[in-house]
Design a protein around this ligand. Sequence first.
Ligand code: ADP
Ligand code: MG
Length: 700
Amino acid sequence: MGSSVLDTSVAFLKGAGPRKAVVFKEELGIATYADLVTHFPFRYEDRTKLTPLSELAQKTHNVQFLGVVLSAETLGTTKSRQRFVAHIQDKSGSAALIWFGKTDWLVGRLVPGKVYLFFGKPTLFQGMVQVSHPEFELFSDGTPVNRGLEPVYPSTEKSRKSGLGPMQIGKFVRQVWEQFPVKIAENLPHDLLQRLDLPDRNTALRQVHFPPDEPSMQKARLRLKFEELFMAQMRLLRKRDLRKAQQKGFPFEKVGGAFLDFYKHHLPFSLTGAQEQVIKEIRYDLGSGSQMNRLLQGDVGSGKTVVAVFSMLLALDNGFQSVLLAPTEILAQQHAQSIQELLNPMGLKVGLLTGSTKTAARKVLHQALRDGSLPILVGTHAVLEDVVQFKQLGLAVIDEQHRFGVAQRARLWNKSTPLPPHVLVMTATPIPRTLAMTRYGDLDVSIINELPPGRKPVRTVHRHEAYRLEAYNFLKGQIQEGRQAYLVYPLIEGSESLDFRDLLEGFERLKKAMPEVPADLLHGQMKPAEKEDVMRRFVKGEVKVLVATTVIEVGVNVPNATLMVIESAERFGLSQLHQLRGRVGRGADQSWCILLTGPKLSEEGKARMRIMCETNDGFKIAEKDLELRGPGEIEGTRQSGDLKFKIADLAEDRLIMHHARAEAEALLGQDPELSLEKHQGLKRYLQVREESRNDWSMIS
Ligand code: ADP
Ligand code: MG
């Protein structure tokens, strides 16, 4: 049986027809039998065992239970209030059963003193366990108690209304298997299955829908999750290899004077092991003749800038110019300044081009870029304007990728001929490894997972906002010692005016509490020039306390700022809190972060605060964030459809994911073209997918 049967439209199923086929397609994305067979149950109703009545209270799904009927009667006089109530008990406890609406049929059906087998979903009502509208039948010694695991299929409200609820979907799935006893072709290599002790595809697909028991169901799911993640990794890795093979880049073969001179004589510190490693990776990439497309992840303060500098010096040694793009003017200024300081001893010049660069200075820059006398440019989006032309651009470093769109990337590529520049994207938002593998699986990823020595970790405490005064006193103390502080409010830019009032009130409150301390406001509704001005005065130390919204998030380096107080901290996500906190702890002094929360703090909120107090490790925090919120909600990945899997769950199935990646890498290492006999099933499967689903290649 080939794939043709599985390609049949669901319209041909008995009881479906064209009308239901439309609902299948629009609501559930199901067009063919194959789609239906991979429409996986999201849970199972367990009819394999009995739940003691004393344990009903902990159950949130339908369960089976036995009980002897104590009483059963119709209550309520008026028609609308009428209900049928039965009380049952077993050795462990008791429960109430209740039916509303038409209940005449129940009279006499539940006989006191007799034992029945029930099936239903328990709820707690006024401290009592209650099950409404359970299924039931008289129980005798011969009554089968194990009726298997019943699959529950995902459906939508609209599909349910059009006759495609979980039950009906289940019937159609059954029909496919019964109508066509298909043997679905294997797509994983036999030796891999054997080594990992996984069932074959046909068995797994059958048992995921009709599991004989719990262990087989788990095995089937494991196999299908592995398959899904493995195939995703195969596609990404093959795409990466293809890109590398096809996208030529300028070979930076020389490790020349500038690179070595800086490394040997002018580096003001010794590199951390992680920095060394990453620079090695970049050097290899840049010399390979393929275009580099590398993501550099490293927590705030991990020392990404110097890695960028080494890359730029490699470009220089090979006769190419470099550009570093920053998301804001202040960041561009700070980057330009710190890179210039590093390169001063070598007499190298760093240009700065932003929206506020004056016309005369602009002309000089344009000229120097065109004639090649300026090797390194730092700037904002202003760099992308068409008038900015390079003699020979070879490398673009992008600071913080999620503020940089595809169109802008294209403009950048056009500045370099005949080949595109190498690209190094730096981000301080650590992405959990699992997500990085999925989201950026076809890019090369470098990670700096080590901070320079001697850093004092920020100490974080969590307080109820009733202790705000205490926090203010602490703040006052820091200011008296000559330090600076941030006071942050959760204003999502462009949203509620109520939040805005909180911010202004907070500012007033602070001024009243310490009128002698120079404080100022920073928020998104200010004009860019005003914002820049406030920031500049904070950087200079004229402003001691910055009362701000999240606009400082991707902010600046003010080593003298040693305290951050975050108001209503429960309203921030973990990753965002971590980003904010990264603004302090950048100098030699001990830094602090105080998280204030309101009276309503959920369990999840508490967990977030606890994690923030426990660790400063951005990667750990990102992993926790993934656990708490699920993959769809993580910063910067929300819009990406590539995180949608049919059966795998990135938060839950991390181990499987890592396994799948490793196996995919090993397999491609051994057989990059998939030419071995044992890989033909896999190759066919991937080819069919690649032809029919271009969406995979559209990502990133
Ligand atoms: P980020 O990764 O946040 O961009 P930076 O590159 O700004 O970090 O580095 C933060 C600070 O650490 C800078 O002052 C930088 O000079 C310093 N630094 C970077 N690498 C090292 C190192 N290996 N040893 C000591 N200090 C370092
Ligand atoms: Mg930085």
